[in-house]
Design a protein around this ligand. Sequence first.
Ligand code: MG
Length: 341
Amino acid sequence: MKISYEVVHLKAKHVFKIAREELEGDQFDNVIVRLEHDGLTGWGEAAPFVIYGENHRTVLAALETLKPVIEKWDDPWKAEKMMAELDGVLELNFAAKAAVDAALYDIQGKIAGVPVYSLLGLDPEDAPLSTFTIGIDEPKVVRQRVREVLDCPLLKIKVGGPQDIEALRVVREEAPEARIRVDANCGWEPHEALAMIEELADYGVEFVEQPLRAASVEGMCWLHERSPLPLMADESCERLEHVPACAGQFDAINIKLAKCGGIRHALKMIGCARAHNLKVMLGCMLESSVLITAAAHISPLVDYADLDGHVLIANDPFVGMRFESGRMVMPDGPGLGVQQR
Ligand code: MG
């Protein structure tokens, strides 16, 4: 197998603000991975996230380290063994490994002549609707953003800013029928979170993602006992080993391929979450259609989806899953089904 990779500069359509100021921006450097085997090309993407200690430079360094190991394998059907060997050579670096994982599934699907969802025995008709995400902003900007997506029945509103309730009021005014979920991205302290969640419940919010910092375990247990709304872990649940501890603190987890190391790890997390009676959402970073589509292939297994990263960027270099008013329309074609524009 041959591997090559290059950085892509993805530009967000709007400056994207969340409760963590260090993450504000409109430019995201991801890395597109290309595996070649027997005349077939498998695509993958690394979407590194600074809070997990990764950026495009760490991804390139990881792929450089893993390249000789990957290139000595020539059987894409032994993917589990190959990925385990990569873990043995280099720990962490989950965004880079998720890219290789996606490319392997793409090649397997292309050899078999079926989409990845079929390879996994899944029916895309079972996929949930996806939310469309609106970042923290002045209420008048939030109003404009909501007006742009009135066809989306599911909205995810980023909170943890100074005008959260006003923003929610504006969203409700503009989209009275929309189902709303909110994401605080670690932005609150426990008592503040409880007061906010009680107000959010009045606006018909369905659940709240990551109200407190990931390290705030006691705070989360306290909040979970009192919260009138279900709570979902994101920053608190990066990988498989974090899932069991989420029971008791949260009602659901948000799985992202870039956090957990790819499809094969996401499948294990889904199983573990079910065993702990946790609901599951598939989420994303700012990503091109490559990694978004990879996640969409396993979305028939989950309760909720937040797979809009490719819709939020202005220069997606690929086409794949089409986002039609929150409905995820899978591409035709084997493997991931993604194609370069
Ligand atoms: Mg989140």
